[in-house]
Design a protein around this ligand. Structure first.
Ligand SMILES: Cc1cc2nc3c(=O)[nH]c(=O)nc-3n(C[C@H](O)[C@H](O)[C@H](O)COP(=O)(O)OP(=O)(O)OC[C@H]3O[C@@H](n4cnc5c(N)ncnc54)[C@H](O)[C@@H]3O)c2cc1C
Length: 415
């Protein structure tokens, strides 16, 4: 595939842009692959990419029931950070964040990574204690994070009202190299690189069954026929329970809708990402000028991809009290995605009870930031059949053995 470059743009400009290749091929499935990955979201595509890049395994199909990136990968609010509390989490999220730094160059595709800084507001005394603890943990883990006071918060985000009516801003956990990236571009960039390596990205093809022989996976049944495989990776986020059911085992995962919305575009008003977990809302401004606003997860299980009115109201209230200028903005769009939540709010990257079958799920409300690190770790698991250091702690066994990686109570944050 021809490389994208400033010279390519100049050349195409001279000939009415008629010479661009298709970014990725749309093949029909072959009868057999070495590895089938179900789910062409960011995690599935990144797994395929690192299988090819790090292990030379290229006879791979990525099977997607809709369009690539059309699940949570194309629906999230694009926050990338790595200031988690527990060591295994900090390790995989920091690996991902550092891979994001050079991902545009690695993929030869502009994913618009913007390390503009992420600020998590402390609005209660217990949040201050919690974030200070995370700051100390991050120092030991080598993750650059620091706790800043309210004056520094106001200096970085002048549009913020730090004397809010319900909760004043008492400080914030600040990660200066955290930020955002263009979510679709992450999926598109990985898909293009996978296609370039000879892998098959097969869209509009739903996996409806899984076949096995002697306790080992042998094929997947799809809407485009039965396709044989030596290994299977399930990477379907909110639909993981369905896939596990097809493979004959159960997962400790619940699926709920998480929602977000964007405002009409305005001139640049804020150049960092702000997360306000006590009042619950988070905000960044996209390159187009829209305010990208994230809300909460529904408190009941569902597959609606819409979300509920209650959260729109709650999120708007939280944002307006933190940023009063937003009260005059019109909202453009609202949507939801189906996220896969585990009890300890940490992911699963694991072998499964079915031989040669692996699962990557449970990223819940915060898996966009981890895509490169997760793909890296999952590729190692699939290639070697055993988890490497990044994935080891995230196995399914932890729920049986009580080895939780508690990010729900410990860090008390979503996304
Ligand atoms: C509103 C919202 C805001 C979020 N904000 C953030 C954020 O700011 N930062 C952050 O880090 N994370 C965020 N997240 C979470 C993040 O989006 C997800 O954790 C991440 O995108 C999961 O990626 P994935 O590749 O695992 O799943 P997905 O992108 O959902 O991909 C899974 C794919 O599997 C396909 N599939 C399902 N079943 C089948 C089948 N039977 N056969 C074939 N294909 C199938 C689906 O169609 C889908 O395309 C947010 C999520 C939402 C919904």
């Amino acid at each position: 595939m021809r490389r994208y470059s400033v010279f390519a743009i100049a050349r195409e400009a001279m000939r009415q842009h008629n010479g661009w290749d298709r970014a990725w091929a749309s093949p029909e499935p072959k009868s057999h692959y070495d590895v089938i990955i179900v789910g062409a979201g960011g995690h599935g595509l990144a797994t395929a990419y690192y299988l090819g890049k790090n292990f030379g395994i290229k006879n791979v199909a990525i099977i997607e029931k809709g369009w690539l990136g059309g699940g949570n990968t194309g629906r999230n609010t694009t926050i990338i950070r790595s200031n988690y509390l527990q060591d295994p989490s900090a390790a995989i999220y920091e690996k991902a964040r550092s891979l994001y730094e050079t991902l545009s160059q690695d993929l030869n595709y502009n994913i618009m990574f913007s390390p503009r800084g992420v600020m998590m507001l402390a609005q209660t005394e217990s949040e201050i204690r919690g974030y200070r603890r995370t700051e100390y943990a991050n120092t030991l883990q080598g993750v650059e994070t620091r706790f800043i006071g309210p004056n520094e918060v106001k200096r970085l985000v002048p549009i913020m009202n730090i004397h809010g009516p319900r909760y004043p801003v008492l400080g914030a956990l600040w990660q200066p190299r955290a930020g955002t990236a263009r979510h679709d571009a992450v999926a598109w960039g990985y898909a293009r690189a996978c296609s370039d390596m000879g892998m098959d990205v097969i869209q509009n093809c739903e996996v409806t069954g899984i076949e096995s022989v002697g306790g080992q996976v042998s094929a997947v049944v799809t809407t485009k026929g039965t396709i044989g495989t030596k290994k299977l990776a399930m990477v379907v986020a909110g639909h993981s329970g369905h896939l596990a059911n097809m493979a004959g085992f159960r997962l400790p995962v619940e699926s709920v809708a998480l929602q977000a919305m964007v405002s009409e575009p305005i001139k640049p008003a804020i150049d960092v990402v702000v997360m306000a977990n006590t009042v619950h809302g988070y905000l960044s401004q996209s390159d187009k000028g829209e305010m990208v606003i994230g809300g909460g997860a529904d408190h009941f299980n569902n597959y609606t991809q819409r979300g509920s009115w209650m959260h729109i109201e709650e999120t708007t209230r939280a944002l307006v009290e933190t940023f009063p200028m937003l009260s005059r903005l019109k909202m453009l769009r609202q949507w939801g995605g189906i996220v896969d939540m585990t009890g300890d709010r940490s992911p699963i990257i694991s072998k499964t009870p079915l031989g040669n079958t692996f699962i990557n799920c449970g990223w819940g409300t915060g898996g966009f930031k981890s895509i490169p690190g997760s793909g890296w770790a999952m590729a190692e698991l699939v290639a070697k059949g055993e988890p490497g250091p990044l994935a080891q702690a995230f196995s399914l066994d932890r729920f049986r053995e009580g080895r939780f990686i508690d990010e729900s109570v410990a860090a008390g944050v979503a996304h």
